[in-house]
Design a protein around this ligand. Structure first.
Ligand code: PEP
Length: 252
């Protein structure tokens, strides 16, 4: 049975005092929640402080990005070992904002996935089509190519440890979310792709989550779909009450 998971992507938001207040509220609100796996991904600079604030809670720490090299002359970059060292459990990889704004391609994403899995961290591997691609009717083709390229050369055992986030680009930060049916269709398609490249058992057990304007108000409808195992939440994760309601909606 797959455990639902809800992860907050804070993006480039919060100052230290705001991050601390947000974590304190989440700790209180989510203290008794065990049925849902919960994570928060603050900006790099607040990872140690948030890690400290999360100690003894049931909320895992995640990073929003990583570099694939082990160490060396890569000014401004952060390695998987460093993220592990400061308490991270999750790392978001392949977010559409990084694919578009930072020009990250499938090859870089594949290297990042390998680096993160190599250090025993859990990648949250983001894929999704643009509005133009959906309108052209090539959503499945895009998803298939992102899965094939992103997971190229990764063992089935490691794929099983990966969380896949389906995030239609047109739904991220736009207030437009995919309908529950649209999201369910793509999630099922992803699960079938995973079955094809690994096994039916891995496909049955892998967590596939939805991201794209998930709010307290629409979470229940989206998260009740059979192949949707939780959410990657951007904007609404900055509001402790909204994020808490989303987590509550993920209970099965
Ligand atoms: C995200 O950043 O992954 C995301 C889904 O953002 P939002 O919830 O704001 O659309």
């Amino acid at each position: 049975m797959r455990r639902p998971i809800v992860v907050g992507n804070w993006k480039m938001n919060t100052l230290l005092s705001e991050a601390s207040q947000l974590v304190a509220k989440l700790r209180d609100n989510l203290a008794g929640v065990t049925e849902v796996e919960v994570g928060v991904c603050p900006p790099f600079v607040y990872l140690p402080a948030v890690n400290e604030a999360l100690k003894g809670s049931n909320i895992g720490l995640g990073a929003q990005n990583v570099y694939f090299q082990e160490k060396g002359a890569f000014t401004g970059e952060v390695s998987a070992a460093m993220l592990k060292d400061v308490g991270c459990k999750y790392v978001i990889i392949g977010h559409s904002e990084r694919r578009t704004i930072m020009a990250e391609n499938d090859d870089i994403i594949n290297k990042k996935l390998k680096a993160v899995l190599g250090k025993g961290l859990i990648p949250i591997f983001c894929i999704g089509e643009t509005l133009e691609q959906r309108q052209e009717g090539i959503t499945e083709r895009i998803i298939r190519s992102q899965i094939d390229a992103g997971l190229d050369g990764i063992t089935s055992d490691d794929i099983a440890k990966t969380v896949i986030a389906y995030e239609p680009v047109w739904a991220i930060g736009t207030g437009k979310n995919a309908t529950p049916q649209q999201a369910q269709e793509v999630h099922l398609f992803i699960r079938k792709l995973i079955a094809h490249i690994t096994s039916d058992i891995i496909a049955r057990d892998i967590q596939i989550i939805y991201g794209g304007s998930v709010k307290a108000e629409n979470a229940q409808d989206i998260l009740s779909q059979s192949d949707i195992d939780g959410a990657l939440v951007g904007g609404a994760s900055l509001d402790a009450e909204a994020f808490t309601r989303i987590v509550q909606s993920a209970k099965r």
